[in-house]
Write a protein that binds this ligand. Structure first.
Ligand SMILES: Cc1ncc(COP(=O)(O)O)c(C=O)c1O
Length: 429
């Protein structure tokens, strides 16, 4: 009897996916990519193709897939229990580590996804300030809540501070609850806050917005404005937490928010996210302190899950070691410089933006400073390059190389060869 070939098995799975999943996928990534396994800095799909993995599960797998210390911690916890709902030791230990590592964190509340963490952080700020409106920055990603989806990736641009919903199904009223400012533009933020401070419950931002580093003085200026008007400042550190250094972007850039949200790396590849911050803000989760009027109800079946907590603890232990970030920074710096060299050699306009552990090439003459600057990049070239990279065994998201500490010289060489081939394949003229 003929055995079914791997590519036939892949086609059959894709067909099933189209039948039982809307758009044939989990909604996150290209439906034609169906992965089976990951090891270190590489993944393999169900047809057996191997990729250098810069998707990295959208960021959590920062120390690589199947890290032996994470696997050992998870295997030790599995027979002890996989979820309790009640408080358990691994989550207490992880909270201690987070409080120790993050300048803003006096206390921690767990949830299961970054979207949830952002939604609750906004609610904490509103409960504290007793005001409803939120200031966010255009292009800033704060999960999939109604508020998070305001001006995340607007196709039609509005005049600041008008918010644009990026999804169907969001009540019209949410638009009035969100004010939008351009990232890295302290002057506009200052005048919006001066005008609206009395209505604002909180300010939320990604300290490193998608790929765009903060301009010198921007985060410090936002800190000063928030302090001046007594508005809680929230750093969304779901991506940046423990990625650029041990701790968060608040350590890396030296600006401390009032609250931050965390996800991805702190769960070691399992569903875990958190809100962390100043004790007087976190007190809104404690009815005994704030009373019924100030109490913020927050319950989640899997919150503080012990498997995710031990995986997070093991990951952070690896990252706490001296020199843990040296290799990923060195490789990222080399890739950014070499790719810019290849762009020049091929006469293709573009530049590398980001920080070495998380960057991409934008196909534009100038490094963007905000969402509108990103829109000026050539999206068609980006798409073409990503497609050729994939054919050469490089898997990345539409607009990010997520590096891991597990990537090695072989991955780096393959990436540069593939990038060279992608630029070569661009239509001339
Ligand atoms: C900055 C930022 N915040 C929040 C989220 C939402 O996290 P999750 O996908 O876990 O809901 C993401 C997801 O990528 C993110 O990049």
């Amino acid at each position: 009897m003929d055995s079914i070939s791997p590519s036939d098995a892949e086609a059959a799975l894709a067909q099933s996916a189209r039948r039982v999943l809307p758009a044939g996928s989990f909604g996150n990534f290209a439906p034609e990519v169906i992965l089976r396994e990951g090891k270190g800095g590489r993944v393999r799909d169900v047809a057996g193709r191997e990729y250098v993995d810069y998707l990295l599960g959208s960021g959590p797998m920062f120390i690589g897939h199947g890290h032996p210390e994470v696997l050992a911690a998870v295997q030790a916890q599995l027979p002890l229990g996989t979820t309790f709902f009640a408080t358990s030791e691994p989550g207490i230990r992880l909270a201690e580590v987070l409080v120790e590592a993050l300048p803003c964190a006096e206390q921690v509340r767990y949830v299961s996804s970054g979207s949830e963490a952002d939604r609750y952080a906004l609610r904490v700020a509103r409960a504290f300030r007793k005001r409803d409106r939120i200031l966010k920055f255009e292009g800033g990603y704060h999960g999939m809540s109604d508020w998070g989806l305001m001006s995340l990736a607007p196709k039609q641009l509005a005049n600041f501070p008008v918010a644009v919903p990026d999804s169907a199904g969001i009540p019209k009223s949410v638009r009035d609850e969100v004010l939008v400012a351009p990232f890295n533009d302290l002057k506009t933020a200052r005048s919006l806050i001066a005008e609206h401070h009395d209505e604002l419950g909180g300010i939320i931002l990604e300290p490193f917005q998608r790929l765009i580093p903060p301009a010198p003085g921007f985060l410090q200026g936002m800190r000063e404005l928030a302090t001046q008007y007594g508005i809680p400042l929230i750093f969304d550190e779901v991506v940046t937490g423990f990625r650029f250094c041990y701790g968060g972007a608040q350590n890396y850039y030296g600006v401390t928010p009032d609250l931050c949200t965390l996800g991805k790396i702190i769960g070691g590849g399992f569903p875990l996210a958190a809100i962390a911050g100043r004790a007087d803000l976190m007190a809104h989760f404690d009815c005994e302190i704030v009373g019924d009027d100030g109490f913020l109800m927050q319950v989640g079946t899997l919150s503080g899950n012990p498997i995710a907590s031990v995986a997070g603890l093991a990951t952070l232990e690896v990252l706490r070691r001296p020199g843990a970030y040296d290799g990923v920074f060195a490789m990222g710096r080399r890739l950014m410089a070499e790719m810019e060299g290849l762009l020049r050699r091929h006469g293709v306009p573009g530049c590398a933006i980001g920080e070495p552990p998380l960057f991409d090439i934008v196909f534009s003459d100038e490094a963007p400073r905000d969402y509108r600057g990103m829109l000026r990049a050539d999206a068609a070239v980006q798409k073409h390059v990503n497609a050729v990279l994939r054919k050469h065994g490089i898997l990345k998201g539409d607009s990010k190389y997520y590096l891991s500490t597990a990537h090695d010289a072989r991955d780096e060489a393959q990436t540069l060869e593939a990038f060279d081939a992608a630029l070569k394949s661009l239509p001339r003229g």
